[in-house]
Design a protein. Structure first.
Lengths: 312, 288
């Protein structure tokens, strides 16, 4: 007890400079180590994020403008040009629903199919599926646009073989969005496959042996052991693809550069146009915040829904 | 003998009956073909003379393969090598920054105790949820006001601010044993020395994953570079390839020679480091 009291007195007798140098001696290097990262983070992420919120409530234009406008940017975002932004949200949500469902289904199926194969075969397939994923989305989209070409494209050539007429894949407003969705579905969900197979690798084999002893068949084992045990990975993959789909841009921008009416507008192509063609920074920020709120709330919902019985 | 049987039986995980295996192989081979077909079509078109790309019946095999498109690409898209150089500069600048500084701050967040540590870390973590499009407008305004349009810095600096790597490195370094650091300190190693001699070598696997992730991500980045790089001489490869499409609208051979060449470095990179890529995808996912 006396010892502690003595120490306390000693500390309080230190001069402020002494205490400061003591502080630096103890923590100085830690701050030096995190400083560069924190600095660029503060300037190029934290500050822009906060400023985006501010701008979304201001009448901000390249020259002049300014002043608070309340929620006007948000109402403008939804109402100008006959509510094209509403259509863009609908398109994005539709795109997300279809492609995420398909991606999860395909990734799960393929992973389950390669799981029992030998290590080398597994590696080969994983690599073959992942290869297109390292190529820029722009280049992939340029290729798809060419394959969808009405006159010379590969798809209409295939249709021609069976005598079906040419389809205007990317210029018919009723079809264009579906063509873009088709291109996403036909792109094998490589990330999902890599993650699912990794998760399946880590399921203890004892479970399968025990199930085999009980006389369970392959499908039963898959349904009652594999699926429940990889559920946390499924949650991650679902959220991963959902966020990526909500932020779809490159593909649409390259495949249908000027859009097919409103039918191919997505949230991010709208933001891009609001900044770049209309210079309405306040409205664009409001749209970006709406995107953030959508992504965040959907992720939370999925988390709630899929998390409930992750426990095992 | 008995041991071997047991260990073999121990390896039986998920398995399909023989008849199902045939079905599985068929499905996998078809999926592989679908997966790689766009890549094939990309390279096929790149080597097909433009007049042959617009035929009622396209050649499914490279029957008239020629390098004609590539020579025209270099004549007509004079900035092409400049785009490649810009891409390389930007991507290297971003990747090298992340390799060093993410490991440094990841180490501090993982192993050191200092006032503000928790707050700073949660601040960083919370922005991981925010879509990058949110910062688009403010960054664009800054770039306009500082006259940074067409400057490679306009792409490099926001790239440095990506915090994913800090998180990845912290998670990995947390799993490293602390005894080595302490031993080094007792032997008189300075704090930067501990980082340089102990942490950096030990964190090698995570650094590899981070490097590959960052490199691919920024090599392929499009939205932000396309907003701030306006002059053809300042384009990166993805921005340049997209511009080829609007500039040479029907010259498919030329467009595809540009696209095929731009895709090549990543494909080679992937084939060389394939194992690290897939490992990296897995490591990156170990988030929550």
């Amino acid at each position: 007890m006396a010892d502690v009291a003595l120490k306390k007195v000693k500390v309080s007798r230190q001069s402020p400079t002494q205490r400061l140098s003591g502080f630096f001696k103890k923590y100085g290097w830690s701050y030096v180590f995190v400083l560069p990262s924190l600095l660029v983070f503060a300037i190029f992420t934290l500050f822009p994020v906060l400023w985006a919120f501010v701008i979304s409530f201001q009448d901000f234009r390249p020259r002049g403008g300014g002043g608070w406008v309340g929620f006007k940017n948000y109402t403008d975002a939804f109402t100008t040009q006959d509510g094209v932004f509403v259509q863009a949200i609908k398109n994005t949500v539709f795109y997300t629903l279809v492609t995420v469902t398909a991606n999860i289904f395909i990734a799960l199926t393929i992973s389950s199919l390669i799981q029992p194969l030998s290590k080398y075969v597994k590696t080969f397939f994983r690599a073959a599926f992942y290869l297109p994923a390292v190529v820029s989305a722009v280049i992939i989209a340029v290729t798809w646009r060419w394959m969808f070409n009405t006159q010379w494209g590969f798809f209409n050539y295939l249709l021609g073989l069976v005598g079906a007429g040419p389809v205007r894949w990317l210029s018919d407003p009723d079809i264009a969005l579906n063509s873009i969705i088709l291109s996403t579905i036909l792109t094998v969900p490589a990330t999902g496959i890599v993650l699912f197979t990794a998760a399946m690798d880590s399921v203890p084999t004892d479970y399968y042996e025990a199930a085999a002893l009980e006389g369970a068949g392959a499908v039963r084992k898959w349904w009652s052991i594999t699926l429940p045990l990889i559920k946390s990975t499924t949650l991650y993959v679902v959220i991963f693809y959902t966020i990526a789909s909500f932020e779809i841009f490159e593909k649409v921008y390259v495949m249908v550069p000027s859009g097919v009416g409103d039918s191919t507008q997505t949230i991010v192509t709208q933001i891009y146009q609001t900044v770049f063609q209309q210079f309405r920074y306040g409205v664009a920020s409001a749209q970006a915040i709406v995107l953030f709120l959508l992504v965040a709330s959907v992720s939370v919902l999925q988390f709630r829904f899929l998390k409930s019985d992750v426990e095992y | 003998m008995a041991v071997r049987t047991i260990s073999r039986a121990g390896r039986v995980g998920l398995s399909w009956p023989k008849s199902g295996l045939v079905l599985a192989w068929t499905a996998l081979i078809i999926t592989t073909i679908i997966s790689l077909f766009p890549m094939y079509w990309l390279y096929l078109t790149a080597f097909t003379p433009t007049q042959d790309t617009i035929k009622a019946t396209p050649d499914l095999l490279p029957v008239n393969a020629s390098l004609d498109n590539f020579s025209r690409l270099f004549q007509q898209a004079r900035d092409y090598w400049g785009w490649a150089a810009n891409s390389l500069l930007i991507t290297l600048a971003i990747t090298l920054f992340h390799i060093f500084f993410d490991t440094l701050s990841g180490y501090a967040f993982a192993k050191k105790r200092f006032p503000g540590r928790t707050i700073f870390f949660w601040l960083i973590l919370s922005t991981l949820m925010i879509p990058p499009q949110v910062t688009l407008v403010p960054l664009y305004i800054v770039v306009q006001n500082l006259n940074l349009s067409n400057s490679l810095w306009a792409v490099i600096l926001p790239g440095w601010a990506n915090v994913f790597g800090i998180f990845l490195m912290r998670q990995y370094i947390q799993t490293l044993p602390t005894e080595l650091e302490e031993a080094a300190r007792i032997d008189g190693c300075s704090e930067p020395g501990v980082f340089w001699r102990i942490i950096l070598p030990l964190a090698q696997p995570a650094i590899g994953a981070l490097a590959i992730f960052t490199f691919v991500r920024y090599w392929n980045d499009f939205l932000w570079p396309s907003m701030v790089l306006i002059k053809s001489s300042s384009y990166t490869l993805p921005v340049g390839v997209a511009s080829l499409q609007s500039e040479f609208s029907t010259d498919f051979g030329l467009i595809f020679s540009g696209a095929a060449l731009a895709a090549l470095p990543m494909i080679v990179f992937f084939l060389l480091f394939q194992r690290f890529f897939l490992e990296g995808v897995r490591m990156g996912a170990v988030k929550g």
